[in-house]
Structures are given as structure tokens and as C-alpha cells.
Design a protein around this ligand. Sequence first.
Ligand SMILES: NC(=O)C1=CN([C@@H]2O[C@H](COP(=O)(O)OP(=O)(O)OC[C@H]3O[C@@H](n4cnc5c(N)ncnc54)[C@H](OP(=O)(O)O)[C@@H]3O)[C@@H](O)[C@H]2O)C=CC1
Ligand SMILES: O=C(O)CCC(=O)C(=O)O
Ligand SMILES: [Mg+2]
Length: 742
Amino acid sequence: MSSTPKILYTLTDEAPFLATQSLLPIVQAFTATAGIDVETRDISLAARILAQFPERLGDAGVADDLAELGELAKTPEANIIKLPNISASVPQLKAAIRELQAQGFDLPAYPDEPADDAERDTKARYDRVKGSAVNPVLREGNSDRRAPASVKAYARKHPHRMGKWNNESKSHVAHMESGDFYGSERSATIDAAGALRIELVATDGSTTVLKDAVKVQAGEVVDAAVMGRKALSAFIAREIEDAREQDVLFSLHLKATMMKVSDPIMFGVAVHAFYGDVLAKHADVLAQAGFDANNGIGDLYSSIASLPEAQQAAIRADIDALYAQRPGLAMVNSDKGITNLHVPSDVIVDASMPAMIRDSGRMWNAQGQLQDTKAVIPDRSYAGIYQAVIADCRANGAFDPATMGSVPNVGLMAQKAEEYGSHDKTFQIPADGTVRVTDQDGNVVFQHAVEAGDIWRMCQTKDAPIQDWVKLAVTRARLSGTPAIFWLDPQRAHDAQLITKVERYLQDHDTAGLDIRILAPVEAMRESLARIRRGEDTISVTGNVLRDYLTDLFPIMELGTSAKMLSVVPLMAGGGLFETGAGGSAPKHVQQFVEENYLRWDSLGEFLALAASLEHLGETQGNARAKVLARALDAANGRILDNDRSPARKLGQLDNRGSHYYLALYWAQALAAQDEDAELKATFAPLARALAGAEATIIGELNGAQGNAVDIGGYYHPALDRVAQAMRPSATFNAALAQLAH
Ligand SMILES: NC(=O)C1=CN([C@@H]2O[C@H](COP(=O)(O)OP(=O)(O)OC[C@H]3O[C@@H](n4cnc5c(N)ncnc54)[C@H](OP(=O)(O)O)[C@@H]3O)[C@@H](O)[C@H]2O)C=CC1
Ligand SMILES: O=C(O)CCC(=O)C(=O)O
Ligand SMILES: [Mg+2]
């Protein structure tokens, strides 16, 4: 066991990174009193890019902290606090590369179409950073996400605003009826460890190996499915027309960040369907300019920027004319004309569907007004759950945060489970034929007839994570005395395999007196919704994708945001990964910060994660002081909520920094009030007095800093000293904390 107990705190991107520059000095000062080191590891998009080119960057290069954390996560010592990070789409990746180049880092450009081996190597390195490239590396355990009792109580007492619903709403979800992943899924449980080969046998007789030697373990569930390009394209074209006829907005909801191979292609199909006439008319020019529809219509505007002004104007005019014949497009930013089809990472289904449901089922139109919307979620595997929520809200009105029950989640996630681990086995098929998966003895495991342009993918779900997931579900059901529902669809090939395993592994546990059921997702949703309307809680036990979707959906309905969730990953090797909240990195918040030095990011997720991390450290390392710190922090978190010390949204009020001051005050007061550890009590009593005595001065200094633009020297790679200075504007607060170190 290591001599100095250590917590590794991640530096990430955007709002959580800014907030860290204020919060971390507080955390480090407090934990040092218990001899705990809180060290940082940089897994920001910028750091991950820089870590790819050590030989090129020399001294300017950085260590691969993510790789280090990934290894650590497989050991019992791991205690990692993971803040949200950017999962970069290609446009974001390119912007980050440009920014780093401008800062003097000698990085190669992102080669869209690599021409030689060197460029192929460069692209492969950048692609390692692309999309959701952090979470899958760290998540060596399953997921336990829930609203702590204090947070739920706060939400009940101070219900956030929910848009009203009525049964005239025309909003709905549209999904395919055939030709999708759902309809084509085949699944098998592997008997003995071995390796699978994926190959395309084209109709001309040629065979291409798509992937050789995919290692599989005994008991592992593998499945494969195909999304037909023609079927998808025809479906989207129909839905565009239907949206126009019904006079509702058209919107597309995918997860291009986590499904980084399949979903940008699907996004591109929608861009082509919507803007097809213009894209066809200017096809040659756009191809020359390097436009790629998979990167969104925003890529068209940036690609044509180098063309002669008249040519640009002609293309823009054609697009504007096209809008007159199309349904309204849901907007990401109406003022700036950013549409739902601009950038694939702007509308991410886990957050975008709950936001729509919270806003009466409406999205923003080009005029800056909310309007009923068609939400296109092409694949049927999960789309139905959102329609079930919409149908429920239409029939019964919006949910009431003051009375509704809770739906916590136990999610199967470890070791790149299911779709979220499929990227290296996802292919856009180059020619008509058959994709065949064979085992080491040449037996065909499954095969699909495919056409050029189709998206074929294979997923893996290992047995040990499934066993761990079932155990976690039973443990949570027992500890919370709450019914648990496994959301599994017997009609789906993959889920049918899982149902067999769940039924088998439930027998390994004492389930006497527990209410554990297995229901198909739509039924599970209806049952859970009926129960929350009655104020009852139900644990959702789901696969990886529904874990992602439900842990934004329910928190956003129950608490207003998923930032207030406790999100723990008990690592299978015995360590702990403590994620902060269940949502993302809120780019809007950075914009507000640089414009007016006001940060509305709520760090409650970080506070909760830290308490859980300290508790874990106390338990696993027999560190009594860590437990005292954890209990005091729990008390402080409760007071933050009771006294409403979370950041407000608008300039002039308490922002992120002010909420950190109150955290320090309440935490110090709780430590000064406890009697378990006299030394800690003596250490924190003077700090508690100093912070309480200087409340008006400190808040004055913190709030007084607001109002002007701040230059932090970069978006993806801001200057650390500038951020630190901006985030710590109270000399009085800083001095009081510094005293603690003496
Ligand atoms: N675990 C991870 O690392 C995750 C990372 N991401 C990444 O985050 C980025 C943005 O994703 P997006 O889907 O827009 O989701 P976000 O969760 O960042 O944003 C949705 C909205 O939720 C609110 N919100 C989220 N967190 C907080 C917080 N701590 N305090 C206050 N409000 C909050 C904000 O709304 P408002 O202020 O309007 O109320 C925000 O605009 C992407 O780059 C994505 O890849 C996304 C999900 C998880
Ligand atoms: O890794 C990502 O990109 C997002 C993760 C996420 O949304 C989640 O786990 O809830
Ligand atoms: Mg999510």
C-alpha cells in the first residue's frame, strides 16, 4: 500500500477546468491536514493531443496522463476524481489543433484524407483523441448514479421550473421501422476464449478482412448489426417532409461524440437529406473545398471561406432559398444562426432530449421562439423510451419536481461494454456483399447482407462486468430498499442473451424480499414514470447506452440538471472512480465567463464526488481522518443546499467562486464542530472563525471581480496562470487558506 494516500484529480476542459482553479486549492489545503495528497492529472483535449506527438514536440510535449490513469484504474489503489471533459467531434479537434499551433506547438494539421504513411500515422494519433476517448479508458467498473437524499430533498423544497405540457402538443419522436441496427441485430454468447475475424465478402467474390483477431473471452456476449444507408436516407427524407406538413421543427438527436464512427456518418446522411439540392448543385466546388457532410453544415461555411466572395455568396443564397422549402430546423443558437445540423457534437441525445422534454417538448426555432418539434432518433433500440415520456407528459402534464419520485441507475459499463465499445469494430461498408464474422475454427458466428455505404458494427460485453453489474444492482436494491427493473428487451438479440445471464446470476445473490423485475425498455419506462408520478423510486438497471440516456433524463426532470448527481464507478479491481455529475462541460458557461467574468458552473458534482472519494480512501486505507473529512464535507454539502449557496445564473449574484467560499466555510465549521479528531478540530477552528468573520469582505471581493471581459489566453488550452488569477480574486480568502498550510 502506498505510504502517502493519494487522490488523483483530473484537469479537463471548459467550465469544469475553470472551476477547478478555484476549488482545487481549497481541497488541497483541507486534505493536506489529513496527510492526503491531491495530485492533478491533465486529461484535457489539449493535453491529450500534445501527448500524441512526443518526438515532434520534444520539451514542449506532455506526459500521457490518461494512459497512466487507465492503468491505475485496474489496480486497487485507484482513487480518481474525474471531471467532465470534451469528447471532441472533428470540428472541435481541428479547432483545438489550430489553437495549439497558434500558441507555437509544432503539431501537424489533421489530415482528412491521408495521402501517405506519415499522414496515416498522424490521423491515427488524432483519432485516438477523437470522440469519447477518456471515459472508456477509465471506466473499469460499472456505474452507480443517483441523487443523494439531500439533493433530492432540496429539489423537492425548491422545485425548478418545468415547461407546461398539454395534450395538443405535436411534438413526437420519429424512428425507423426497418433497416436499422435494431432490426438486424444478431447475438451470440462465446463458449471458449478465442479470436473472431470480421470480413467482407463482396458480390464480385473478393474478400476484405475488416478486422482480424478480435479477442473474445469465454462467456462474453458479442453482437453485430447493420444500419442500411438507403433505408436511413429514405427515412430522413420522409421525416423532413412530414415535419414540413405538420409545421413542427425538424431535429436530429444522435450521440456523435460517444458513437464516434457510426453517428457522424448518420449525421452526414441527414445533412445530405436536408441540404441535398444545394450540395448537389455545388458538388464539385464543395468537394474541392474539402467539405465533409459528416462534420455538419457548419463545415460547409468554414470550407467555403477560402473561395472567392461571389462564389461564397451564391452558395449561401442557395441555402437561404432552400430553407423556404424545408421545415424549420431546431436551433442550437438562434441569434447566431447555428442549427441542429451545424456540428455533430452540438446536439447530444442524452442531454438534448431531456432539455426538450423540460421545455414542454419544444425546441428553439430560427426566430428565437420555442416550437413543437419532431425529434428524429433513427434507430429503434432506444428511441421508444423518449416517445413514452412524451406520451406520458401529453396525457398527464409535466412532471412535478416537488413531488416526483426518483429513478437512480445501475449501468453496465465496465470494459467498454456494448455499443460504446464498438468503434474499432464499426465500418462503413465499401461494396455490396456479406459481412461475416468467423471464429478461430472458421465457423460463422453471424453474417449480414450489406450494401455499399451501410454502417456495420460489432459490440462486445464481457461476462465479469455482467456479473458485477447484477451484483451491484442487488446491492443497491438491498441498501436502498427500492424496487429494481432491468431494462432488457426480449425481442432484441443482444438483450435476449443478457436476460439469460441476468436470470442465472441473480441466483448467486440473496434476493429474498427484493422486488427485481425484467421489462423491455418502453414498458420499464412506463412503469417507472407511473411510479415517479406517485412519488415512488425505482432503480433502473440498464446497459451502457440507457445508462447514459437515463442519467441525464431523470436528473434533468427531477433536479433541473444532471450536475447534481452522485456518480460513482466502483472499479472491479477494488479502486474507486468518482465522476462529477452526469452531464458535460457546458460550453455556454465559458462564453459567459470570458464575456463578463461570471461562472455559473455548479460544482456540486465535484463536492459530492470528493466526499465519496474521501470516504473510499478512509475505508480502503483505514484512514480515520479521511472519514472525518468526508463526514464534515457531507454536512457542508447539505448546508450549501439548505442555504442556497449554489451559483446563480446571472451576473451580480453568487457565482461558482462564491459557492466555493461557502463550501470552505461550512466544511471548516463542520470540522471545528466535530469531536472525533481533536487535532483537526484545533486546526480548523481558526479558519472557520476567519472565514465567517470575513464573509462580507470575501463575497465583496469575489463578486466585485465580476462584470468585465477576461482574457484567459485560449479556449482549449488557456493559460493556467491567467485562469488561476481570474478564479481566485479574493485576497482575503486566499490568505486565510494559506494560513492553513502553516
Ligand atoms: N462525462 C463527461 O465527460 C461528459 C462530457 N460531455 C462533453 O460536454 C460537452 C457539452 O455537452 P452537452 O451535451 O452540451 O451537455 P452539458 O451537460 O455540458 O450541458 C447541458 C446543460 O446542462 C447545464 N449544466 C450542465 N452541467 C452543469 C453544471 N455543472 N452547472 C450548471 N449547469 C450545468 C447547462 O445548462 P444551463 O446553464 O442552460 O442550465 C448546460 O448548458 C461536450 O463536449 C461533451 O462531449 C458530455 C457529457 C458527459
Ligand atoms: O464520454 C462522453 O463523451 C460522455 C459520457 C456521458 O455522457 C455519460 O457517461 O453520461
Ligand atoms: Mg451522458
